[in-house]
Design a protein around this ligand. Structure first.
Ligand SMILES: *Cc1c(COP(=O)(O)O)cnc(C)c1O
Length: 388
């Protein structure tokens, strides 16, 4: 593979993402580079590996191309792609030394919260959950002893916003690192590393791929320090590397990410405004609303939109919320988020006991359909849900 010619020039992030860094195959001059599927590589006569590749569990050229785009988008020093968002996050946690002290958000992506609650201790980690929107609480907890602060913003499924620059300062004062699950902010809207974070994580299954057909995860680091080297080794030894076909699909998704994310943000903002005055909706949770408690932070931190995710709390409680979900036709009742198709979910049913999610809440992942159609469909389902 020739080097990426665009990399040396000052083209915008969006142009580089659209062209997957402008990588051109030197043999064919193909506009779209080939997928590298070989798991093994020929040694030279002197037994050395000239290409830098030896075996497919540790590394892959197609995955490296994807990592180059993500490193550029997040302004990091290096990037690693994983077989899922969960494995990317767990590679960070499991690479910390035994006894490491972690601060995690009280509201966060459920599967990760469950792992931190139920599994982390057996791996020698000490976890404390704090409200990351309360800076004084975070500072107090960090100063009591902390090695890593993990935050998610906007956070599932209540969409609170964490002030990344402020929490980075708190982390560094305490001698800790800051890692950010930026899945719902996307690399289009927020660049945590530029705000002081040390590691950014994405579930690429969501907006980065954007078509609900790949499970993938990524990490990008500000510096290639000792922790990063341990993460890299863990990925190789545990076989957490993303597959080449999946890497190709994620790169294809990335080519339209900026357009998709902007369209999803516009739909979410439009729906948030309309449902705010809907007679059957008790509350709309969305950082783009002026009434959102962290709207000012979100306006500063998120560039060009407030994300495609919002939640509505339905009047009439759990039964009405579930009946409303049952009535949609265009929205799909499904978990996950960040695809081109709009999804809706009664989140409390998924998260079960111990979840901070209210039982009258429907989580909406806005896709890129027409906002009028999305509104009309959910409006009809709300009216039918109440009538039941
Ligand atoms: C989906 C998701 C994850 C987990 O990623 P997978 O790719 O499903 O393993 C982590 N954090 C957030 C915010 C997510 O939405």
């Amino acid at each position: 593979m020739s080097d990426a010619p665009h990399q040396k020039k000052n083209f915008g992030e969006e142009s580089l993402a659209v062209q997957a860094m402008g990588v051109v195959d030197p043999q064919t001059h193909a506009v779209v580079p080939p997928i590298h599927i070989s798991t093994t590589f020929i040694r030279d006569a002197d037994n050395a590996y000239r290409s830098g590749f030896a075996y497919g569990r540790a590394d892959n050229a197609t995955v490296r191309e994807l990592e180059a785009v993500l490193k550029m988008l997040e302004h990091g020093a290096a990037s690693l792609a994983f077989g899922s968002g969960m494995s990317a996050a767990l590679a960070v946690f499991l690479s910390l030394p035994r006894g490491a002290r972690l601060l995690a958000p009280s509201v966060m992506y459920w599967a990760l919260r469950r792992w931190l609650m139920n599994e982390a201790t057996s791996h020698g980690l000490q976890v404390r959950f704090v409200n990351m929107e309360d800076l004084d609480a975070v500072r107090a907890a960090a100063q009591a002893g902390c090695d890593l602060i993990w935050v998610e913003t906007p956070s599932n499924p209540l969409w609170g916003v964490v002030d990344l620059a402020a929490v980075a300062e708190v982390a560094h004062e305490a001698g800790a690192r800051l890692a950010v699950d930026s899945t719902c902010a996307t690399p289009v809207l927020t660049q945590p590393l530029l705000l002081g974070a040390d590691i950014v994580m994405h579930s690429a299954s969501k907006y980065i791929n954007g078509h609900s057909d790949v499970v993938a995860g990524v990490l990008v680091t500000r510096t290639t320090d000792e922790l990063w080297e341990r993460i890299e080794k863990m990925r190789a030894s545990h076989g957490m590397l993303l597959g080449p076909f999946e890497a190709f699909l994620v790169m294809r998704g990335l080519r339209t990410m900026h357009l998709r994310v902007r369209a999803a943000c516009a739909n979410a903002l439009d729906l948030a405004h309309r449902f705010q005055s809907h007679p059957l909706v008790a509350d709309v949770l969305y950082p783009g609303l002026a009434t959102h408690p962290q709207h000012e932070i979100a306006s500063r931190q998120m560039k060009g939109g407030f994300g495609g995710m919002l939640s509505v709390r339905v009047r009439g409680g759990e039964a009405t919320a579930i009946a409303t979900a049952a009535g949609v036709r265009l929205w799909k009742r499904a978990t996950s988020l960040g695809g081109v198709e709009s999804l809706l979910e009664h989140r409390a049913s998924v998260e079960g006991a111990g979840s901070p999610c209210p039982d009258d809440l429907l989580r909406l992942s806005c896709g890129i359909e027409l906002a009028d159609d999305l509104y009309a469909d959910l409006d009809a389902a709300l009216r039918a849900g109440v009538a039941r």
